[in-house]
Design a protein around this ligand. Sequence first.
Ligand code: HEC
Length: 135
Amino acid sequence: MRRSLLGAVVVSAALSLLAPAVVGQSSPKFFFLQFCVGCHQYDGTGLPPDVPSLRDDLSYLIGSPEGRDFMLRVPGVIGAPGSAEQVAELLNWIVESFYQGDADFTPFTAAEVLSGRERPMRDPIKERLELLAGY
Ligand code: HEC
């Protein structure tokens, strides 16, 4: 796990140098390439079981208030630089671009992102397991 995540971070750093030339610097795709792709991969498949898939694993999250709240409070989202509007746009882009399921999705708002930023998770792995145990 450690080695794959380290590799992922190196890839992510390399991509952050290349990305500006490829996509608009403030687009959600640019943010994803710069700050998320190292772990979540280009197509959102992640590095299971360590990094969850953003393609398959989102149904139970976007479909419930607790799940949406979890998405806003994972370290990657809390630590994402940029305005709350940009992070909301990024999350909505992720769902639109990767999510393959059919759960109803109400787009995230900047207010929700701000609320999440006030409540970072201490132990995301534990919280994720507890959340999933309810499904
Ligand atoms: C260092 C690796 C890493 C980076 C970089 C990263 N994530 Fe994650 N992400 C994870 C892991 C691991 C989880 C599972 C929850 C946890 O343990 O934090 C996760 C969970 C998530 C989830 C919830 C999905 C689920 O099924 O749990 C979302 C949404 C998410 N990340 C979005 C992002 C976004 C957006 C970025 C970039 C701004 C990002 N992540 C950057 C590793 C990463």
